[in-house]
Write a protein that binds this ligand. Structure first.
Ligand SMILES: Nc1ncnc2c1ncn2[C@@H]1O[C@H](COP(=O)(O)OP(=O)(O)O)[C@@H](O)[C@H]1O
Ligand SMILES: [Mg+2]
Length: 332
């Protein structure tokens, strides 16, 4: 009986699934809504319920800071996602999965991921670091001894690594992602406009007018609640205000990247300084990131055009290259 091969990225913000022979078949927010043990919604529909659901419905983001925060909710969510893309009657229990994970997981965190996959009917699973998947997805030569330098800026973590000979030479997964930036944007709007906004409005602000160029003059009007009298209200927020809220996070990501390079052996360090850093993940799509990183780190910086899908593309490509995958798994 044939086996279904899939690659999965269970991200803090989004879950993506690659089905061997089909490509990327699912990309949904990592959110699930349920009451009791009954699933109400998953993905985009569940995300739209955040802050609006009736009392007895829990709306949960089961992945937090890159790891599983709520195993039962994660299994409910992923089980529903997989049910949309795999016909279980044809392949009961015959699913082999490659899961992209942050680097430096503890044994407990690995077990949580494996446990969730098992509950979703995955018979066999391997875990590969997101940074390696991202580099492969961006078409970088991960097997070469020259080294390549990547940063995947996601919702809950930024995974930064120098990769050479199919393994991580130096890397880190830091708890700095777009969710933290959105909270900072929310605090900023509260202080400046006395307006309380929800996470979806904060995300919209960052996505539409967030910029790392100081002279950006765009604005966006958002709705919320006036703090003084709790009435519905709105405010027009300037790009500059959003930038001020998010820039310290990008600064810390740049500093973490710098410390990763500084820990590398000199040969690789010299090579990487020449070839530069390759950025991906949804957080890399903020306007002006390439110029910002070039200025701060004084090295070339390239944002991958299909930034949110670099990890899952690389993970998917690995499914079809058993030798490279074995090589990667042997490094751990
Ligand atoms: N065009 C865009 N501009 C700015 N941010 C974006 C854009 N597209 C997606 N994002 C951001 O990407 C973030 C999610 O990134 P992603 O790499 O999918 O995270 P994760 O893999 O950790 O779940 C979201 O917070 C979203 O706001
Ligand atoms: Mg990601």
């Amino acid at each position: 009986m044939s086996v279904t091969q899939i690659a999965i990225e269970l991200g803090t913000s989004n879950t993506t699934v690659f089905l061997s022979g089909n490509g990327i078949v699912l990309s949904e927010p990592s959110v699930v809504a349920y009451s009791g043990a009954i699933l109400r919604a998953s993905g985009q529909r569940a995300k739209e319920m955040l802050g609006r659901a009736p009392e007895k419905t829990a709306v949960v983001c089961p992945i937090d800071e890159g790891v599983i925060a709520d195993p039962a909710a994660a299994a409910l969510m992923l089980g529903d996602f997989l049910g949309r893309v795999i016909d279980r009657r044809v392949f009961p229990g015959r699913i082999r999965a490659l899961l992209a994970v942050p680097c430096g997981l503890t044994a407990d965190e690995r077990r949580d991921f494996e446990g969730v996959l098992l509950q979703c009917g995955v018979g066999e699973a391997v875990l590969v670091e997101k940074a390696i998947c991202a580099a492969h997805g961006m078409g970088l030569p991960i097997q070469s001894p020259k080294g390549c330098f990547v940063a995947d800026i996601g919702g809950g973590t930024a995974d930064i690594a120098v990769i050479s000979l199919s393994g991580i030479v130096e890397g880190c997964s830091i708890c700095l992602g777009t969710k933290f930036m959105d909270r900072a944007v929310g605090r900023f709007v509260l202080e400046k406009h006395n307006l309380e906004i929800g996470p979806l409005s904060a995300e919209k602000l960052r996505e539409s007018v967030g910029s790392l160029y100081e002279n950006d003059v765009s604005t966006l009007t958002v709705n919320g609640t006036n703090c003084a009298d709790k009435s519905p209200d709105s405010a027009t927020v300037e790009s500059r205000a959003v930038s001020r809220a998010v820039a310290p996070y990008y600064r810390r990501i740049a500093e973490a990247a710098e410390s990763v390079i500084n820990r590398c052996p000199p040969e690789i360090c010299a090579q990487v300084l020449r070839s530069g850093i390759n950025l991906c993940g949804g957080g890399a799509l903020i306007t002006g990131l390439e110029d910002y990183i070039r200025n701060v780190l004084k090295l070339p910086a390239t944002v991958f055009p299909d930034a949110p899908y670099a990890v899952i593309s690389g993970a998917g490509k690995l499914l079809g290259d058993r030798r490279l995958l074995a090589d990667i798994l042997n490094q751990n």
